[in-house]
Design a protein around this ligand. Structure first.
Ligand code: GLU
Length: 443
């Protein structure tokens, strides 16, 4: 019987959960689930100086938000005794040794544990890159631990991969150069080699290496969440960072893949080698597609989170009116964070408070009386955008649409740019619409 497939995601809580980590997590998750295997979440928090509880929480929150459920979670900081036992074992078999360091700075230990490296050539198979060859002689007798209680990252990582039975190490390409020394340690521990898959580097839209400093806004998953991207869209988006469905040429919509679709279509062995570019426009497009799939109730539930409290605590704010605006908003945005922008720019205020447009902006009030009279003929219960358009359209066409519709829209919104007047009038309702028109005629 083949051993059960075990994959893992092993981020360090020394920074926010990165978009590249999301991709590594997703590929590990998909591969494990496709093979009826196990997906482990390991927090590599041995670096006590740089690891923080806030970052650990961000890692866990981000994984949950992405919906990548894992089977087990481990914290390396709780496993020191395990690493110590393994260090002692390797000391006893003389595969590592205490080395007296000559060049030490004040306060540093004079001894470290080093690996007895025979310097063999190592060839390993990588699912993405094929066969990779390394001469390990150049590594020398590398350090594995500062002391028995302080293993270095590589050692702890290898011990865990070994003890947790990891069969596939799927991670970023930046770890290729770490692999040979990890294989040496693994073999010293008596472990068998996992299969490796090193995923291509992720490049920023300007094709430079993605860095937190220059691309802070698009580096952390929490930032995508804050900007109002849906987790489904982010998952779909990161799946395409190095992989794409084969049939893409016939239909770009094939790129819209839910987690369930990805479980069916994803193929780790088809991962590309060349760098994957983070195309935020593509994410915007995807996000919009996912927003379109939401029911009005689902949309409202998610969108509400993006209403600033300064807005909802305004004396004139009414939830009843806001509820009428959701469908309009849903049509206009790519990501939910744009709701906050619309509000901050004051683009929704006029639905709640009657504007006082200037005569210049209105241009002419000549036709407003006739428009008002026509709108008054409709019934208040049936004051829909369609009906409103029906009673005005022919008149507007006769008199010149700009001269009729522009002042109507400005009378209702007070803005140079806003949705069409029929939509606005329907949302405002008949009474409010007529009141605003009566007022505008006095300007
Ligand atoms: N803690 C390492 C990192 O965050 C894990 C690398 C690995 O997957 O082996 O880069």
């Amino acid at each position: 019987m083949k051993p059960k497939i075990v994959t893992r995601i092993a981020p360090s809580p020394t920074g926010l959960f990165h978009i590249a980590t999301a991709r590594v997590a997703l590929f590990n998750y998909l591969f494990a689930r496709q093979n009826d295997g196990k997906f482990i979440f390991r927090i590599d928090d041995t670096d006590t100086e740089r690891s923080t509880p806030t970052f650990t929480k961000d890692l866990i929150d981000s994984m949950n938000w992405l919906g990548l459920d894992y089977d087990e979670i481990y914290y390396q900081s709780q496993r020191t005794a395990i690493y110590k036992a393994k260090l002692e074992e390797l000391l006893a078999s003389d595969q590592i040794y205490w080395s007296q360091e000559t060049e030490i700075k004040e306060g540093e230990k004079a001894e470290v544990l080093r690996f007895r490296n025979s310097g063999t050539k190592i060839i390993f198979e990588d699912i993405v890159h094929g066969s990779i060859e390394f001469d390990t002689a150049e590594l020398g007798d590398f350090v594995v631990a500062k002391d028995l209680d302080t293993p270095l990252y590589h050692f702890a990582s290898v011990v865990d991969d070994f003890l947790l039975g990891v069969t596939h190490v799927i991670r970023g390409e930046d770890h290729i150069s770490n692999t040979p020394r990890q294989i040496l340690m693994l073999e010293a521990l008596g472990g068998s080699r996992p299969t490796y898959a090193h995923l291509p580097i992720i490049l920023a839209p300007d094709k430079t290496k993605l860095s937190k400093r220059h691309h802070g806004q698009i580096a952390a998953v929490s930032e995508y969440r804050r900007l109002g991207y849906l987790s489904e869209a982010v998952v779909n988006f990161v799946a395409m960072l190095g992989w794409s469905p084969q049939s893409l040429k016939d239909d770009p919509n094939q790129e819209i893949l839910s987690l369930a679709d990805l479980l069916k279509k994803f193929d780790l062995s088809k991962t590309q080698k060349s760098g994957a570019i983070l195309n935020i426009e593509k994410l915007d497009w995807l996000n919009r597609e996912y927003l379109k799939k939401l029911t009005p109730t689902e949309f409202k539930k998610l969108a509400q989170e993006f209403l600033p409290t300064e807005f909802t605590t305004k004396s004139w704010y009414q939830e009843k009116i806001m509820d009428k605006l959701w469908p309009l908003i849903a049509e206009r945005i790519n990501r939910l964070g744009e709701i906050t922008d619309l509000i901050k720019n004051g683009e929704l205020d006029f639905f709640f408070v009657a504007p006082k447009p200037s005569a210049e902006l209105l241009k002419t009030t000549e036709y407003l009386g006739e428009v008002e009279a026509r709108l008054a003929t409709l019934s208040a219960d049936d004051f829909s955008a369609e009906k409103i358009k029906d009673v005005i359209w022919d008149f507007a066409t006769e008199q010149g649409r700009g001269r009729v519709l522009w002042p109507l829209r400005v009378a209702l919104s007070g803005l140079e740019k806003s949705p069409d007047p029929f939509t606005i009038a329907a949302i405002l309702g008949q009474t409010e619409t007529l009141t605003r028109l009566t007022y505008a005629r006095t300007i």
